[in-house]
Design a binder for this molecule. Sequence first.
Ligand SMILES: [Mn+2]
Length: 424
Amino acid sequence: MIVNKEIIEKTNDAALQNHKRNFEFIAAGISNVENIIKKLIDFQIAIPSWALGTGGTRFGRFPGGGEPRNLEEKIEDIGLLHALNRSSGAISLHIPWDIPENATNIKALAAQYDLKFDAMNSNTFQDQPNQKLSYKFGSMQHVDKAVRKQAIEHNIEVIKYGVELGSKSLTVWLSDGSCFPGQLNFRKSFLNTLESLQEVYSQLPDDWKMFVEYKAYEPNFYSTTVGDWGQSLLYTSKLGKKAYTLVDLGHHLPNANIEQIVALLLMEGKLGGFHFNDSKYGDDDLTVGSIKPYQLFLIFNELLEGMDAKNMNHANSLAWMIDASHNVKDPLEDLLQSVEAIMISYVQALIVDRKKLEEAQNNNDVVTAQEILQAAFRTDVRALVAEARLRAGGALNPLAVYRKEKVREQLIKERGMKTMATGL
Ligand SMILES: [Mn+2]
């Protein structure tokens, strides 16, 4: 379904006066406000196809109905998000869950909603029906060469689908690892994985990037073969120029200093992309900014510092994506909240007084450094984000329009209660 422009404009008009007052208040205190709004309009966050349905745990799943039943409906849902917030202009697909039957038609449909195809995601963490060999004991690390070959061929097939759609990157997340001491030879499983990744890398088109995502634990609980940023960096350094490390916020051990990790990866020119989510304990996959908004801000602060140091374009030199699961919320509402949280942190990082911060750092003035960061973090920038949305043709309050238009109720009517969006 589509929320048309007239409805968005009408609801904006009703909220305009209030918005203007808030915007003028914040704008008065910021010197380069027009520049910031332009950056916000350009900043797009990809939505993964698997985040459009209700997630679940190994204990259960409580679907809310109206979930997209196929790739076309997933594109429609992201089109709807993008119409509301004008910041979700890309979709990230997962193969085999989203195999396009007709790439030309799928491309045309995405273009209709002003969506691009972000990174393609391969899947060797579960067995598919009719799959010849099992990934129970790993894929690219597997002791059996035939299993490794199957995983390599799958990734090459994913690249092929991506080329048809106009994607420019492949994200490889491996669940490979071991559950018990002694199960694996660490060195051999690393080398097998490296060799498999090299085979896939050799098939990568020249203008493509390959992202190697790491994760500390789960589904394996003793060791993970791409377990942290050091291991990922080891692989991507050995692979070559087109290989980058991908940081997923939920894939670290508790209290890891993620902002420091991104600073160093950027310094090395090896940070490729980002999967946003939030967590209290581990890979909780909660709404971005719902638990640790200050950490999110600190990460953005390092991202901008590092990107600006290399003159990188904020909007398109890294792959920005949400990777979350929605167990109790309406997935589309959750995604609207996540995108909003990302935009807020981005602006807060943009308004950090970098010159003063550098001065404070050089003078070992710890108190001033903290004051500068927290002054930015404690600034209510919501009206700036809303202004950017307004100028881009979106809704001042996307969530309010979504609810007022009873989008979920309509989707349930159209698609039914019992639909499934992912292959999990
Ligand atoms: Mn991820």
